[in-house]
Design a protein around this ligand. Structure first.
Ligand code: GRF
Length: 204
């Protein structure tokens, strides 16, 4: 079974979804490690309750360069095949040899409404403010920029004039819960190829 590491900073809803899907045999990967850069967050408790090894590297003690070095060490130590960013709020440097093995999910249709500072409800506020009629989520391979890198898959929904940040966030998160495991499963099946900085999904 493919071994994945989940990297988070917060509530861990994405981690909970992976664990639930994995429990029901709907994820072709085992959550083998959780790395958190915040102490006391709900995501850490979810990992502990599920009995998944948890490494907490608090921001106060781990400047980002040290955090990145430590993550690179841990993925080797735990024999990790894929790293999934899940509500991680800093910029992870892709460990050497891990290009195309770090994924992120973002609650908008990238390249729109992404980048540093655009996370959580701020994304949905910007979407509503702009008046776009479609939103959704994007799963992509991470590179050296925030919310950037080859796009694996996107799921869309209509934005209604009645939507608020909260209703939109809820509806997009429902899509995320399908999209992220789907991307992980495509990866596990060897169906994702990166060609000319784009992902080709080989469905044959
Ligand atoms: C989601 O909106 C996801 O798109 C973004 O972080 C949020 C999930 O955080 N990257 P969490 O899993 O609830 O901590």
């Amino acid at each position: 079974m493919m071994r994945m590491a989940v990297v988070l900073s917060g509530t861990g809803r994405t981690l909970a979804n992976f664990l639930q899907k994995s429990h029901h045999g709907q994820l072709l990967a085992e959550v083998a490690l959780v790395i958190s850069d915040m102490e006391g967050v709900r995501g850490n408790h979810i990992a502990e309750e599920a009995g998944v090894p948890l490494q907490v590297l608090p921001r106060e003690r781990y400047p980002i360069w040290l955090f990145n070095d430590k993550v690179a060490e841990l993925v080797k130590e735990y024999g990790i095949d894929l790293v999934c960013l899940a509500g991680f709020l800093r910029l992870l440097v892709v460990p050497s040899g891990f290009t195309g093995r770090v994924m992120n999910i973002h609650p908008s249709l990238l390249p729109a409404f992404g980048g540093k500072g655009l996370y959580g409800s701020r994304v949905h506020a910007a979407v509503i403010d702009s008046g776009v009629k479609v939103s959704g989520c994007t799963v992509h391979f991470a590179d050296a920029m925030y919310d950037h890198g080859p796009i694996i898959l996107q799921k869309t929904l209509p934005v209604s004039h009645e939507d608020t940040e909260r209703t939109l966030a809820e509806r997009v998160f429902v899509l995320e819960q399908e999209a992220y495991p789907e991307a992980v499963n495509l990866f596990a099946r060897g169906r994702l190829l990166i060609k000319d900085h784009k992902v080709v999904v080989d469905v044959s």
